[in-house]
Design a protein around this ligand. Sequence first.
Ligand code: BES
Ligand code: MN
Ligand code: MN
Length: 464
Amino acid sequence: MTDPLAAVNAWIEANRDASLERWMAFLRFPSIGTDPAYAQETRACAEWVVAQLQEMGFTARTIDTPGQPMVVGHHPGPGGDDVPHLLYYGHYDVQPADPLALWTSPPFEPTLVQGPHGERVVARGAVDDKGQVTTFMEAFRAWIGATGSLPCKVTVFLEGEEESGSPSLDAFLEAHSEELRADVCIVSDTGMWDIDTPALTTRLRGLVYLQLDLEGPSRDLHSGMYGGAVLNPLNTLTRLCAALHHDQGQVAVPGFYDAVKPVDAKTREAWRKLDFDAHEWLSDIGLHHERGEPGFTTLERTWARPTLDINGIWGGYTGEGAKTVIASKASAKISCRLVADQDPHAIIDAIKAYVEELAPADAKLGWTVLGAEPAMAVPSDAPHTQAAARALRRVFGKEALLIGSGGSIPAVGMIKRRLGLDSVLMGFGLDDDCVHSPNEKFERRCLENGIKSHAALLAEIVRG
Ligand code: BES
Ligand code: MN
Ligand code: MN
């Protein structure tokens, strides 16, 4: 029998401009899920994806949630119940585009430009996650275009709130667990090692996100009349924030590291062999000195160690010129990346207890929990991960590296807990894609290798 993948790959080559056009059409929707001002465009984007799925023969629809609509589509595959059933998860929402002034072209007018690796598209969502979603959507199109069908059952499931921490997802999965049943979940929302070297991500960090509002005096005060004799909320908040770390960078919250296990010797050794150049990685972002918890490499710090970061801090006078004022309120956004076995709720409790203990009399603290997701590990020896490794080897002609990621994808944990499914994290992003930043881009080569990899993954999964 001839290998159907040869025909599928020929289809991909012959239709590369049409694939590019569809990706760019996807990018024109300003689907900023977190901003209510874009609710209409976000919904229109979900409906566009549904139309794409229907065009390919999927039964697809949007399903409303308290937040942004979900996209769900089903393809029966070749028929019969004994074929594998794959669930593809991704997100069609994107991060806000600001600061707009730093973009070289408008964020929602995708622009094809030349770079050192050939053509790339600059747009918000170019890689995260519309480009990556396009890699599997176009692989489906190629299989259907070249062979008339997909070789297995496929369910596509996209959300529009990933960048907001997936607030509607858990309840949705619980309510639709029957409809979303499958054998394994495939996710393309992570990175490669470099443009020539594919990777499978085996661990994601968890995330705890808190807002701390501190209130002192009942109104703003003249800093001459009151200064030096009253509690200053901004002085107090910055001292409390500073107390969250020791001088060397370790988190000072008692109990923060209690559940953290060391990286096992085998993994540690494998990571040391990865020949990661920390100085190159830093110089790409204008820095030149490694820093972080003593005793760990940069890769260990981002993949296997928990963190605490202040993400925003505000209060008082921040306008032009000087204003002598003691503001009555001050606030901070604080997030932690978590690793395996750390319980997000225990971490939240530990931070609150520590800060409350340190806070002086008259400082009234208010806490808002904006996210609490544990870390996630995916088994690297699972059969589907092995199938993905074979698919990547076929496309890239070299072995996929098993890597960690410092980022978080709440859906991966929820899908494991609610649907019982492990995920395969096969992504095609690069470190310099400017994810969440101005001038986000995705290389055309990454897109096309991604399409071929997903096409090959389908072939590898049916071969077993
Ligand atoms: N795709 C990213 C996560 C990611 C980034 C994985 C880099 C691997 C490498 C995802 O869209 C994201 O930004 N996640 C957020 C989650 C948060 C909003 C709950 C994150 O990690 O900050
Ligand atoms: Mn993403
Ligand atoms: Mn993101």
